[in-house]
Design a protein around this ligand. Structure first.
Ligand code: MOS
Length: 688
């Protein structure tokens, strides 16, 4: 009998991205780089005021320009079907809901001609008074029916007033986070073409199947008349999770001129058209007994949405999970302003909410006189504190302890301003992080290609994370072959249907379908097998499923200028089995780097007089560069959570940013004695 040599398991290996060579040699084609003949180019015309009515568009000068093919606005636009997201109802009415909203578009032979013509349009707008200012006492704040991802708007357990009254120490603090913009390397872009069978769109998105469904609805087509292809995507962070107006505009323009049409959103336009994280105002009241045990937690958040769409970031949801306390209240309130519609941005909810909660825990530790790590450990809940569900796994304490050991936490003098290196004040800070472990239904197929090779097909999205690579690893182990025997086809709505790369659930969702398809192929011994995880995913989930982590920061603050440097940063995560040690580390440190940006630099400045984000480019909206990121590392505990999926993994895309801003703020407070409660922590808040 022949013996077979079992290949080394692929899952866990630090495999480089399969498409890495294609990308660094420029062969990988992104949405609008497809070699399509006869493409027309679209220029977007945006409203210059925050509220009003488009009265007229005089397009004579624009149309007189050689090479201009069409001008479209509400008076001449084809009717589109109404969908929930009114951002997609392009040119369907005369209302202007925010500054920067699309009010017209020009289609031309070249981008230059299109933009030249756009300048020559005479757009008359009847301006009305607007309101673009979020404030905690805004009279139009209301309680929405639910908040994002279907969470309850409020939660109330016990009696928080009694809990606060019986506490030995209390804090009552308000934090604010500014509007923040996703700035993926590749701005949103779409290239659409119609033929007898329907519509094909090359598009930059986080899920081709989701984009296809929405486009089909808007143009009243059958889903199989639309094909969305997204082989390579240069980042998304949530902003490409739900289809943005660019995909609709490309399809609309292509239909108008009877040619393929290309929309490439400019970096500056992203600040109005492709979503952003809402600013937040968060009031936290915490009470603790003399031993540091929480007697009450109150977390109240105010956020904004636009007048086109209700989008309510689920800011206080992590507070429902993190710590034990008998009395608790969490609330969301929202106001619809004349501002662009907020949207998804990495770790929506957890990211701003945990900045608030983890800053407040640090302040409470000071008030009670207990080490910040010890305070968290003492409030570790044995089960989910609001639902009572048992944890599928929860290793927050392990992350805090391991991080403390590696980071040298024990040597920390709790006294602020206790360490100085020349002109630098040095502080250490810590914060906890968490993110839910979700999963969505998916389909996948696997086919034998002969010679011991396999083709795996699934409409997954690789937005730069390494999804293609980890799915090949998962398939290789499920089939019992080496990873180079597996070929992946992803990023195309014509493939077996799958959900978005969002909510940190891509790998868990797609990987489950891939495993099931591979299992079936081996069971049946056939040439091809298909799996659909809809029933498996819908089955009752009795446990609370979350990833956990802890971020440690050493901040150096210039005692004279207030300049802050994150000198060292360590993240320790407990997120189930790690599928690929290399791409996982990249996700963690990428998220942590984004957290440094949130803590120290990023702020979309709203000029309320105009309703405009004034710093709408990368010259003025600062994101961290290499010099801002010094010694940074991420490690993980050995955890495998079989409650979640056949890989035993949790999501890793978003937890890296969660807690990072609080860890920086807590380190700055330890270094300087100054608590900054309004992000970002710029030097003007530390001097004078
Ligand atoms: Mo993420 S913000 O859920 O794509």
């Amino acid at each position: 009998m022949a013996t077979t040599v079992q290949p080394t398991p692929a899952v866990g290996a630090p495999l480089s991205r399969l498409e890495g060579r294609e990308k660094v040699t420029g062969q990988a084609r992104y949405a609008t780089e497809q070699p399509i003949e006869g493409v027309a180019h679209v220029a977007i015309v945006q409203a210059p005021v925050a509220r009003g009515r488009v009265v007229s568009v005089d397009d004579r000068a624009a149309l007189a320009l050689p090479g201009v093919l069409a001008v479209v606005w509400h008076a001449n636009a084809p009717r589109l079907a109404e969908v929930d997201d009114h951002e997609l109802a392009l040119f369907q009415g005369d209302r202007v809901a925010y500054l920067g909203q699309m009010v017209a578009a020009v289609v031309a032979e070249t981008p230059e001609i299109a933009h030249d013509a756009a300048e020559r349009l005479d757009v008359r707008i009847e301006q009305e008074s607007h309101d673009a200012r979020l404030r905690a006492d805004h009279p139009n704040l209301y309680a929405p029916e639910t908040v994002n991802a279907g969470f309850a708007t409020d939660s109330v357990i016990g009696d928080v007033d009694a809990g606060l009254a019986q506490a030995q120490s209390t804090i009552d603090v308000t934090y604010t986070t500014p509007a923040l913009h996703n700035n993926a390397m590749e701005p949103h872009a779409s290239l659409a073409m119609w033929d007898a069978s329907g519509l094909t769109i090359y598009d930059s998105n986080q899920g081709a199947a989701t984009a296809r469904r929405t486009v089909a609805e808007v143009f009243e087509l059958e889903p199989d008349q639309v094909r969305v292809i997204s082989h390579h995507v240069g980042g998304g962070f949530g902003s490409k999770g739900t289809p943005r107006p660019n995909i609709i505009l490309a399809a609309l323009a292509a239909r108008l001129v009877g040619r393929p049409a290309r929309v490439a959103v400019r970096r500056q336009q992203m600040f109005h058209l492709t979503g952003y994280r809402t600013p937040t105002i968060q009031r936290l009241r915490l009470g603790a007994d003399a031993g540091g045990r929480l007697t009450a937690i109150v977390h109240e958040a105010a956020v904004q949405t636009s007048q086109l769409r209700e989008f309510v970031e689920q800011v206080v949801t992590p507070t429902r999970t993190m710590y034990a306390a008998p009395n608790r209240r969490t609330t969301h309130r929202v106001v619809a302003l004349n501002v662009p519609t907020p949207s998804w941005m990495r770790a929506p909810g957890e990211c701003p909410g945990m900045y608030g909660l983890e800053s407040a825990m640090d302040e409470l530790a000071d008030a009670v006189g207990i080490d910040p790590i010890e305070l968290r450990v003492r409030n570790e809940p044995p089960a989910d504190p609001e639902s009572g569900a048992p944890w599928s796994s929860r290793n927050l304490v392990g992350c805090l302890r391991e991080g403390a050991r590696r980071f040298g936490w024990d040597a920390r003098d709790p006294q602020p301003r206790s360490r100085r290196e020349g002109r630098w004040l040095v502080g250490l800070g810590v914060a906890a992080s968490t993110y839910p472990a979700y999963r969505s239904p998916a389909q996948a197929s696997v086919r034998r290609e002969g010679d011991g090779r396999f083709l795996v097909r699934i409409a997954a999205a690789d937005i730069g994370t390494g999804a293609r690579t980890v799915l090949a690893q998962i398939a290789a182990d499920a089939l019992g072959v080496a990873v180079d025997r597996v070929r992946m086809e992803i990023g195309d709505s014509a493939l077996p249907r799958a959900g978005v790369a969002g909510g940190s659930m891509g790998t868990a969702s797609w990987g489950t379908a891939v495993v099931r398809a591979c299992e079936r192929l081996l069971e049946t011994g056939g040439e091809e097998a298909h799996a659909d995880t809809t029933d498996e995913v819908k089955a009752q989930q009795a446990r609370a499923r979350h990833g956990f982590g802890a971020q440690f920061v050493e901040a150096w603050v210039d005692a004279v200028t207030g300049e802050v440097r994150v000198q060292r940063m360590l993240g320790v995560f407990a997120v189930g089995r790690i599928i690929n040690a290399k791409t996982a580390r990249s996700q963690f440190i990428g998220g942590m780097t984004m957290g440094i940006g949130m803590a120290l630099m990023e702020e979309s400045v709203m000029d309320e007089r105009f309703g405009d984000f004034v710093n709408h480019d990368l010259a003025d909206y600062h994101v961290p560069v290499c010099a801002d990121v010094r010694s940074i590392d991420a490690i993980w505990l050995d955890e495998r959570d079989d409650d979640l999926n056949p890989m035993g993994s949790k999501g890793i895309g978003e937890i890296g940013i969660v807690g990072s801003a609080a860890a920086v703020a807590n380190a700055v407070r330890h270094a300087t004695g100054i608590r900054v409660r309004d992000l970002p922590i710029r030097l003007d808040k530390l001097i004078g």
